[in-house]
Ligand binder design. Structure first.
Ligand SMILES: NC(=O)C1=CN([C@@H]2O[C@H](COP(=O)(O)OP(=O)(O)OC[C@H]3O[C@@H](n4cnc5c(N)ncnc54)[C@H](O)[C@@H]3O)[C@@H](O)[C@H]2O)C=CC1
Ligand SMILES: O=C(O)C(=O)CO
Length: 326
């Protein structure tokens, strides 16, 4: 008998067919308690879990005693209780390589869109306000040769540094948990403590994972260190920034603008004060959202799950210690 899995994301047909070669697939819409309750037997007997975005915590794991592997269509895994998974010998697989370049493109998009006020001026053109030669009220600020500060010099941080350094001639500052010799040799990047980076960078770009340590790391006190001309970009995770403090910094001119792909609450509520600020570019968490990259992520997540269920976990595993115990 084939093992069964819970699939909580819509996948292209060919990838579902690939799964069905090896496992029985039970498709559900999400991982809400209502869904789990309505499909209690399927959840109880499933060996695998595949999807994106749902919360996988102790309560869900209790409802899934047969679970052996979970596979997320994402690189971030802050929605998983990794300790609880590891305690129960459940492997967690993710997609760390497919999306790196695409997310770096998104970060560059936010940098350019905020600096050049792309949304604001395009809106004015649509409203018919471009009736004569433009003046300073349409101007933005330069990106090229300005200093970029990257908080989180991992895979995506490196791809951003490459674009900033080679494409835009930008000096690169960075902060991470460790010095990154490759970033220093390839991009001349300079390691800084967080306070120095915040006070020197023209573009402060956060691409941090969400952890206990990074929660609200960019709070009012830290934002106050930024230059009034500086622009804050966040494509890591929303709760890394204290959002009310950011709104205050943007409203009071303590910082110039913000480009955001992620928020404390997603989808961003329509009444969020961020949406009423002209100096904010808000995107709906599209960091990796191109057809090509989302397909590649899904295909990798499928193979990750099938491999994990067969005990093959050479790569893409968040808690490889589980595999060693098996
Ligand atoms: N907006 C979007 O659609 C996407 C967002 N992401 C987010 O970006 C994050 C980073 O992705 P990768 O670059 O692939 O991860 P990575 O693991 O390669 O890099 C993470 C970097 O953050 C640093 N870091 C972690 N904790 C830190 C701390 N407390 N202080 C300073 N630095 C710290 C690490 O040292 C490392 O340099 C993901 O975890 C995810 O949350 C990733 C993909 C798409
Ligand atoms: O992969 C992630 O972590 C995302 O946020 C979406 O691609």
């Amino acid at each position: 008998m084939k093992p069964s899995i819970i699939l909580y994301k819509t996948l292209p047909e060919n990838l579902v067919a690939r799964l069905k070669e090896k496992v029985d697939v039970i498709q559900v819409n999400n991982l809400s308690p209502e869904t789990v309750q309505a499909n209690a037997d399927a959840f109880a007997s499933a060996a695998g879990l595949l999807g994106a975005g749902g919360k996988v915590d102790g309560a869900l794991l209790t409802a899934m005693p047969a679970l052996r592997a979970a596979s997320t269509v994402s690189v971030g895994y802050d929605n998983f209780d990794v300790d609880a998974l590891t305690q129960r010998n459940v492997l967690l697989m993710h997609t760390p390589t497919e999306l790196t370049e695409t997310v770096a493109d998104t970060l560059m998009t936010l940098i350019l869109a905020t600096a050049r006020r792309v949304l604001e001026v395009a809106e004015r053109v649509k409203k018919g306000e471009w009736t004569s030669s433009i003046g300073p009220d349409w101007y933005g600020v330069d990106v090229h040769h300005k200093t970029i500060g990257i908080i989180g010099m991992g895979r995506i941080g490196m791809a951003l540094a490459q674009r900033a350094h080679f494409g835009f001639g930008m000096p690169v500052l960075y902060n991470a948990r460790r010095h990154h010799t490759e970033a220093e040799s390839r991009f001349g990047a300079r390691y800084c403590d967080l306070d120095t980076l915040l006070s020197e960078a023209d573009f402060v770009c956060s691409i941090l994972p969400l952890t206990d340590e990074t929660y609200h790391v960019l709070n009012a006190e830290k934002l106050a260190l930024m230059k009034p001309s500086a622009i804050l970009i966040n494509a890591g995770r929303g709760p890394v920034i204290d959002e009310p403090a950011l709104v205050d910094a943007l409203k009071s001119g303590k910082i110039h603008a913000a480009g955001l792909d992620v928020f404390e609450q997603e989808p961003l509520p329509v009444d969020s004060p961020l949406l009423s600020l002209p100096n904010v570019v808000a995107l709906p968490h599209i960091g990796s959202a191109t057809h090509e990259t989302r397909y590649n992520m899904a295909a990798t997540a499928v193979e990750n799950l099938l491999n994990a269920l067969e005990g093959k976990v050479e790569k893409n595993c968040v808690n490889p210690a589980v595999a060693k115990q098996a």
